[in-house]
Design a protein around this ligand. Structure first.
Ligand code: NAP
Length: 196
């Protein structure tokens, strides 16, 4: 399975380290081009290459690791219909005020913008430094919450989580799970749990 990463900042890099170490074929990208990521892929190691956003978007599973303000621009040129898109984004901008209970969750908005991808919300509730750390702690595994409307996509994300050493916990749909995962304000945001 090939994994594409759009956005090579703190979250994209933390995820890249885990999936590259687990042996996945990985393409990482940013808006400035592959040449700007040469040092980063050396540091990450494993089977990872730098590519264009379009190349990352051709992978089977794609992590959308850009800031909320960049989401629409990053997704606009891409054809992601049927792809599994992992969405760690949070409403960390003035648009956050739109995220009232009962309105769309951020991943429902992302889902619309992908025009037909199978979106799974994950990796948004923990700070990047926690996500980057070894997920095997005290004889247990760090919990990653995920939610989505497509069971097959969620099963793929669950298998990736398992292979990279986390304990996945399924919270249901993008609407229900997304509200629990919402950062800030959701009851599960920043909760760093270890499953024994
Ligand atoms: N940081 C955290 O602790 C944390 C925790 C949970 C969730 N999140 C969420 O995760 C997402 C990413 O956060 P982050 O902290 O990793 O942000 P970041 O460090 O600012 O990284 C964003 C990355 O996106 C790239 N980018 C910007 N526009 C792009 C475009 N149009 N196409 C492709 N790549 C583009 C940027 O590189 P270039 O500018 O060079 O293109 C950069 O590599 C955010 O939505 C945030 O809310 C963050």
């Amino acid at each position: 399975m090939k994994i594409g990463i759009i956005g090579a900042g703190t979250i994209g890099t933390a995820f890249a380290k885990h999936v590259a170490a687990a042996g996945y074929e990985v393409v990482i990208s940013n808006s400035r081009g592959a040449d700007t990521l040469k040092e980063k892929i050396k540091q990450i190691g494993g089977n990872i290459v730098a590519g264009s956003v379009e190349e990352a978007a051709k992978a089977d599973v794609i992590l959308l690791a850009v800031r909320w303000q960049q989401v629409a621009e990053a997704l606009d040129p891409l054809s992601l219909e049927g792809k599994v898109v992992i969405d760690p984004t949070n409403w960390d901008s003035p648009e956050f005020v739109l995220a009232e209970p009962g309105s769309k969750t951020s991943s429902e908005v992302v889902c619309q913008l992908t025009k037909g991808a199978k979106v799974v919300k994950a990796f948004n509730t923990l700070y990047a430094q926690v996500l980057a750390a070894n997920p095997q702690v005290g004889g247990g595994k760090r919990v990653i919450f995920y939610s989505g409307n497509d069971d097959d996509a969620k099963a793929i994300v669950a298998s990736i989580l398992n292979r990279i050493g986390f304990a996945g916990v399924d919270l249901g749909s993008l609407h229900e799970g997304g509200k629990l995962q919402r950062f800030p304000g959701g009851p599960l945001s920043t909760l760093n749990l270890i499953k024994l």
